[in-house]
Design a protein. Sequence first.
Length: 117
Amino acid sequence: MLSSINRFHGHGSLKYTYRNGKTIRFKDFNFKYVENKRRNNSRFSIVVSKKISKKATIRNLIRRRIYEIIRLELPYLRSNYDIIIIINSPILATISHIELLESVKNGLKKANLYINR
């Protein structure tokens, strides 16, 4: 599970990121991200609507799978960003881990959130 230092929720933080963040759209999810100069580490939030699935277990499964991918990629990501991943499709609960990993990595690359090595 991703550490609580790297997660965020609450109306204030989410509202700020929604209002001022840049958006990158994909078929199954969207990225909203904004630089937060007051922080030393990146924070993530995953939003899964009830429109995706009425069952909380499905929504939580999607959330946990993506948090695990982010946890593994965190050492390679830039710090001081607030990132919201908005889920658009229930297919993310059933696709393979490798497919999900590649799509999240592509989203992070397109948002230019990886450290240049």
